[in-house]
Design a protein around this ligand. Structure first.
Ligand code: AMP
Length: 210
Protein backbone atom coordinates (compact mmCIF):
# COMPACT_ATOMS: atom_id res chain seq x y z
CA UNK A 1 0.00 0.00 0.00
CA UNK A 2 1.38 3.38 -0.99
CA UNK A 3 -0.35 6.38 0.52
CA UNK A 4 0.04 10.13 0.41
CA UNK A 5 -1.25 12.29 3.25
CA UNK A 6 -2.06 15.78 2.04
CA UNK A 7 -3.18 18.62 4.22
CA UNK A 8 -2.30 22.03 5.59
CA UNK A 9 0.44 22.41 8.21
CA UNK A 10 -1.13 21.36 11.50
CA UNK A 11 -3.88 19.29 9.85
CA UNK A 12 -2.66 16.23 11.76
CA UNK A 13 -0.70 14.48 9.01
CA UNK A 14 2.18 13.50 11.30
CA UNK A 15 -0.08 12.14 14.03
CA UNK A 16 -2.25 10.17 11.60
CA UNK A 17 0.77 8.92 9.65
CA UNK A 18 2.22 7.37 12.81
CA UNK A 19 -1.07 5.68 13.72
CA UNK A 20 -1.57 4.34 10.19
CA UNK A 21 2.05 3.22 9.99
CA UNK A 22 1.58 1.01 13.06
CA UNK A 23 -1.77 -0.34 11.87
CA UNK A 24 -0.68 -1.06 8.31
CA UNK A 25 2.88 -2.14 9.13
CA UNK A 26 4.52 0.20 6.62
CA UNK A 27 6.92 3.08 7.30
CA UNK A 28 6.08 6.75 7.31
CA UNK A 29 8.29 9.03 5.29
CA UNK A 30 8.19 12.62 6.48
CA UNK A 31 10.39 15.01 4.53
CA UNK A 32 9.94 17.52 7.38
CA UNK A 33 11.45 15.02 9.86
CA UNK A 34 14.24 14.09 7.44
CA UNK A 35 15.09 17.79 7.00
CA UNK A 36 14.98 18.50 10.74
CA UNK A 37 17.36 15.56 11.32
CA UNK A 38 19.67 16.95 8.60
CA UNK A 39 19.68 20.36 10.33
CA UNK A 40 20.49 18.76 13.67
CA UNK A 41 23.35 16.79 12.10
CA UNK A 42 24.63 19.92 10.33
CA UNK A 43 24.71 18.24 6.89
CA UNK A 44 24.90 20.35 3.67
CA UNK A 45 21.20 19.61 2.99
CA UNK A 46 20.34 20.74 6.52
CA UNK A 47 22.30 23.96 6.13
CA UNK A 48 20.52 24.73 2.87
CA UNK A 49 17.05 23.85 4.19
CA UNK A 50 17.17 25.68 7.51
CA UNK A 51 16.49 29.24 6.39
CA UNK A 52 13.58 28.18 4.18
CA UNK A 53 12.02 26.19 7.01
CA UNK A 54 12.46 28.89 9.64
CA UNK A 55 10.73 31.35 7.29
CA UNK A 56 7.84 28.95 6.60
CA UNK A 57 8.84 28.62 2.93
CA UNK A 58 9.17 25.45 0.91
CA UNK A 59 12.59 23.89 0.49
CA UNK A 60 13.50 23.84 -3.26
CA UNK A 61 12.04 20.95 -5.26
CA UNK A 62 15.47 19.60 -6.35
CA UNK A 63 16.48 19.05 -2.72
CA UNK A 64 13.20 17.32 -1.81
CA UNK A 65 13.13 15.20 -4.96
CA UNK A 66 16.59 13.82 -4.23
CA UNK A 67 15.70 13.06 -0.59
CA UNK A 68 12.47 11.27 -1.44
CA UNK A 69 13.84 9.14 -4.26
CA UNK A 70 16.70 7.95 -2.05
CA UNK A 71 14.35 7.17 0.82
CA UNK A 72 11.71 5.17 -1.11
CA UNK A 73 14.49 3.02 -2.60
CA UNK A 74 15.41 1.69 0.87
CA UNK A 75 14.65 -1.88 1.86
CA UNK A 76 11.91 -1.10 4.43
CA UNK A 77 9.82 0.59 1.70
CA UNK A 78 9.42 -2.49 -0.47
CA UNK A 79 5.89 -3.32 0.82
CA UNK A 80 4.71 0.29 0.72
CA UNK A 81 4.87 3.50 2.72
CA UNK A 82 3.01 6.57 3.82
CA UNK A 83 4.22 9.93 2.57
CA UNK A 84 3.67 12.67 5.14
CA UNK A 85 4.25 16.21 3.86
CA UNK A 86 5.46 15.20 0.42
CA UNK A 87 4.70 15.85 -2.41
CA UNK A 88 4.00 19.49 -1.70
CA UNK A 89 4.23 20.87 -5.22
CA UNK A 90 3.13 19.72 -8.67
CA UNK A 91 6.84 19.35 -9.64
CA UNK A 92 7.39 16.92 -6.75
CA UNK A 93 4.28 14.91 -7.70
CA UNK A 94 5.37 14.75 -11.33
CA UNK A 95 8.80 13.53 -10.34
CA UNK A 96 7.28 10.64 -8.36
CA UNK A 97 4.99 9.82 -11.26
CA UNK A 98 7.89 9.91 -13.73
CA UNK A 99 9.77 7.45 -11.54
CA UNK A 100 6.86 5.04 -12.06
CA UNK A 101 5.64 5.17 -8.46
CA UNK A 102 1.94 4.33 -8.32
CA UNK A 103 -0.09 5.38 -5.28
CA UNK A 104 -3.22 3.62 -4.00
CA UNK A 105 -4.81 6.60 -2.26
CA UNK A 106 -4.16 10.28 -1.66
CA UNK A 107 -5.87 11.24 1.60
CA UNK A 108 -6.57 14.95 1.89
CA UNK A 109 -7.19 16.12 5.46
CA UNK A 110 -9.69 18.98 5.20
CA UNK A 111 -9.54 21.58 7.96
CA UNK A 112 -10.06 25.35 8.13
CA UNK A 113 -7.24 27.86 8.61
CA UNK A 114 -8.96 29.16 11.78
CA UNK A 115 -8.89 25.74 13.46
CA UNK A 116 -5.25 25.35 12.47
CA UNK A 117 -4.22 28.72 13.92
CA UNK A 118 -5.89 27.71 17.23
CA UNK A 119 -4.31 24.31 17.20
CA UNK A 120 -0.70 25.11 16.35
CA UNK A 121 0.03 26.95 19.59
CA UNK A 122 -0.24 23.67 21.51
CA UNK A 123 1.81 21.47 19.23
CA UNK A 124 5.00 19.88 20.60
CA UNK A 125 7.39 17.53 18.84
CA UNK A 126 10.06 15.17 20.09
CA UNK A 127 13.45 16.69 19.33
CA UNK A 128 14.87 13.20 18.88
CA UNK A 129 12.36 11.04 16.95
CA UNK A 130 9.98 13.71 15.61
CA UNK A 131 6.81 12.19 17.16
CA UNK A 132 4.18 14.89 17.53
CA UNK A 133 1.90 15.74 20.46
CA UNK A 134 -0.53 18.43 21.49
CA UNK A 135 -0.75 19.81 25.01
CA UNK A 136 -4.56 19.36 25.01
CA UNK A 137 -5.55 16.99 22.18
CA UNK A 138 -2.68 14.47 22.24
CA UNK A 139 -0.77 14.94 25.49
CA UNK A 140 2.25 12.74 26.22
CA UNK A 141 2.01 10.44 29.25
CA UNK A 142 4.57 12.57 31.11
CA UNK A 143 4.60 16.32 30.46
CA UNK A 144 7.35 17.43 28.08
CA UNK A 145 8.64 13.88 27.47
CA UNK A 146 8.19 11.70 24.38
CA UNK A 147 6.22 8.47 25.01
CA UNK A 148 8.17 6.62 22.34
CA UNK A 149 11.80 7.44 23.08
CA UNK A 150 11.80 9.40 26.35
CA UNK A 151 13.41 12.50 24.82
CA UNK A 152 12.44 16.14 25.28
CA UNK A 153 9.37 17.67 23.57
CA UNK A 154 9.85 21.12 22.08
CA UNK A 155 7.88 23.74 20.16
CA UNK A 156 9.03 23.95 16.58
CA UNK A 157 10.33 27.35 15.53
CA UNK A 158 8.07 27.21 12.47
CA UNK A 159 4.99 26.79 14.72
CA UNK A 160 5.17 30.47 15.77
CA UNK A 161 1.92 32.26 14.70
CA UNK A 162 3.57 34.48 12.06
CA UNK A 163 5.28 31.52 10.47
CA UNK A 164 2.11 29.43 10.58
CA UNK A 165 0.31 32.17 8.64
CA UNK A 166 3.09 32.17 6.02
CA UNK A 167 2.97 28.36 5.81
CA UNK A 168 -0.82 28.38 5.30
CA UNK A 169 -0.40 30.85 2.45
CA UNK A 170 2.22 28.61 0.85
CA UNK A 171 -0.05 25.59 1.34
CA UNK A 172 -2.98 27.22 -0.47
CA UNK A 173 -0.82 28.47 -3.32
CA UNK A 174 1.59 25.60 -3.95
CA UNK A 175 0.22 22.42 -2.33
CA UNK A 176 -3.56 22.67 -2.64
CA UNK A 177 -3.39 22.36 -6.48
CA UNK A 178 -2.27 18.76 -5.84
CA UNK A 179 -5.86 17.94 -4.91
CA UNK A 180 -7.00 18.58 -8.50
CA UNK A 181 -3.91 16.75 -9.79
CA UNK A 182 -4.75 13.57 -7.85
CA UNK A 183 -8.52 13.94 -8.34
CA UNK A 184 -7.88 13.76 -12.09
CA UNK A 185 -6.09 10.48 -11.49
CA UNK A 186 -9.00 9.13 -9.43
CA UNK A 187 -6.90 8.92 -6.25
CA UNK A 188 -8.15 11.80 -4.08
CA UNK A 189 -9.91 10.80 -0.82
CA UNK A 190 -10.98 13.92 1.10
CA UNK A 191 -11.50 13.44 4.85
CA UNK A 192 -13.23 16.17 6.86
CA UNK A 193 -11.54 17.02 10.15
CA UNK A 194 -13.16 15.20 13.11
CA UNK A 195 -13.30 16.24 16.77
CA UNK A 196 -10.73 13.71 17.97
CA UNK A 197 -7.57 12.01 16.74
CA UNK A 198 -9.24 8.58 17.00
CA UNK A 199 -12.23 9.71 14.93
CA UNK A 200 -9.89 11.12 12.30
CA UNK A 201 -8.09 7.77 12.11
CA UNK A 202 -11.43 5.95 11.73
CA UNK A 203 -12.52 8.35 8.97
CA UNK A 204 -9.24 7.77 7.12
CA UNK A 205 -9.47 3.99 7.44
CA UNK A 206 -13.01 4.18 6.04
CA UNK A 207 -11.90 5.96 2.86
CA UNK A 208 -9.09 3.39 2.54
CA UNK A 209 -11.76 0.67 2.67
CA UNK A 210 -10.32 -0.84 5.87
P1 AMP B 1 6.50 19.63 7.93
O1 AMP B 1 7.14 19.01 9.10
O2 AMP B 1 6.01 18.64 6.92
O3 AMP B 1 5.46 20.65 8.29
O4 AMP B 1 7.67 20.45 7.18
C1 AMP B 1 8.35 21.51 7.79
C2 AMP B 1 9.04 22.37 6.75
O5 AMP B 1 9.98 21.57 6.01
C3 AMP B 1 8.12 22.97 5.70
O6 AMP B 1 7.51 24.16 6.11
C4 AMP B 1 9.11 23.19 4.56
O7 AMP B 1 9.93 24.31 4.79
C5 AMP B 1 10.00 21.96 4.65
N1 AMP B 1 9.45 20.82 3.86
C6 AMP B 1 9.04 19.61 4.32
N2 AMP B 1 8.60 18.83 3.33
C7 AMP B 1 8.72 19.57 2.19
C8 AMP B 1 8.42 19.33 0.83
N3 AMP B 1 7.88 18.17 0.41
N4 AMP B 1 8.68 20.32 -0.06
C9 AMP B 1 9.24 21.49 0.33
N5 AMP B 1 9.52 21.79 1.59
C10 AMP B 1 9.28 20.85 2.53
Amino acid sequence: MKLILLGAPGAGKGTQAEILSKMLGIPTISTGNILRAAIKDGTPVGLEAKHYMDAGKLVPDEVIIEIIHERVAEEDCKDGYILDGVPRTIAQAESLEKAGIVFDHVVSLEISDEVIMDRMGGRRVCEHCGASYHVVAVPPKAEGVCDTCGCKLVRRKDDEPETVRARLEVYHKKTEPLKAYYAERGLLRPVENQPTVAENSEAILRVLGR
